[in-house]
Design a protein around this ligand. Structure first.
Ligand SMILES: *[C@@H]1O[C@H](CO)[C@@H](O)[C@H](O)[C@H]1NC(C)=O
Ligand SMILES: *[C@@H]1O[C@H](CO)[C@@H](O)[C@H](O)[C@H]1NC(C)=O
Ligand SMILES: *[C@@H]1O[C@H](CO)[C@@H](O)[C@H](O)[C@H]1NC(C)=O
Length: 268
């Protein structure tokens, strides 16, 4: 290629390209980073907990020591694969526990989230015979009955972020279907995998990146996982059409999409 005869045309073109790139890439990226932080900070400081307070165990009881043993075992077991199930004791003091981290977490991050989940659930649920907690990066549940492998689409919590009307944030009118397509695609990938999880990105109609997560608890079958994810996806797009970001956490699965990176893509 001969660049010399076209020096001025090229430098003009390059200048325009850089200016355009700055406007369409750098400025929105800065705004999105800014908003991402604000929205994360705006999330409730205490993660959602769901306590089964139908009855309480007593301090120093067999149930309590079984529960502590289950927690210890989950904490150690989760180090290997980011997921563990632990069942301990004899009825009526038998305890069932399950712990799972988001798949992009490092071993240390998973451990930190797990410890946090255990301390916090005991603060919030006290001596309840069952409880669940969703601290955004991991998910812990314990019960006095066998819930392992059971599909449960009961809502844990839902967060929606609406940036429409904010200056600098542009949500195309067909954003809804771009986000929905991404979550459907991720669900299809997640359900048959042993991790029951998929994280990924897609572009909306204006080539802006959408970040998504579809994840079931790993004890769920592929069919139940598919069912949980599609139930949740239908629910969020019905309740929050066109929102810039939504997270839906149930007992069996999580779906989430955002216009800012909320997961560690180098870990995948
Ligand atoms: C709460 O725990 C009891 C067992 O103590 C169980 O029978 C009941 O189904 C649980 N309720 C919920 C909502 O999980
Ligand atoms: C849980 O962790 C223990 C080790 O602490 C391991 O033996 C067990 O297989 C793990 N269970 C699952 C379901 O990952
Ligand atoms: C992202 O994941 C990689 C690989 O696991 C890890 O080395 C890095 O520390 C993680 N970064 C963050 C910000 O968590």
């Amino acid at each position: 290629m001969d660049f010399h005869g076209r020096d001025s045309a090229w430098s003009l073109l390059i200048g325009q390209t850089i200016a355009l790139l700055y406007l369409i890439v750098v400025v929105p990226a800065l705004l999105i980073t800014f908003h991402g932080q604000i929205c994360n900070a705006a999330l409730p400081e205490s993660p959602t907990t769901n306590c089964n307070s139908s009855s309480n165990y007593k301090k120093g009881s067999t149930f309590e020591s079984n529960l502590n043993r289950v927690f210890d075992s989950l904490l150690q077991g989760t180090k290997q694969s980011g997921f563990n199930i632990s069942v301990y004791g004899e009825s009526p003091d038998k305890v069932y526990g399950r712990l799972q981290c988001r798949e992009d977490l490092t071993v240390d991050q998973c451990y930190t989230c797990s410890q946090y989940a255990m301390t916090t659930i005991q603060q919030y649920c006290g001596n309840a015979v069952g409880g669940s907690i969703w601290p955004f990066h991991c998910f812990l549940r314990y019960e006095s009955y066998d819930f392992i492998g059971q599909l449960d689409t009961d809502l844990g919590s839902i967060y929606a972020e609406d940036f429409r009307g904010d200056t600098g944030i542009f949500i195309p009118t067909d954003f809804h279907s771009s986000a929905q397509n991404l979550l459907k695609k991720l669900s299809g990938e997640a359900a048959p995998k042993t991790t029951r999880s998929a994280l990924g990105t897609a572009l909306d109609s204006f080539s802006q990146t959408i970040y998504g997560l579809a994840q079931c608890t790993r004890d769920l079958s592929t069919d139940d996982c598919t069912q949980c994810l599609s139930y949740s996806i239908n629910k969020i797009f019905k309740s929050y059409p066109g929102y810039a970001g939504v997270q839906y956490w149930s007992q069996s699965c999580i779906v989430r999409y955002e216009i800012y990176p909320f997961f560690n893509s180098t870990a995948l």
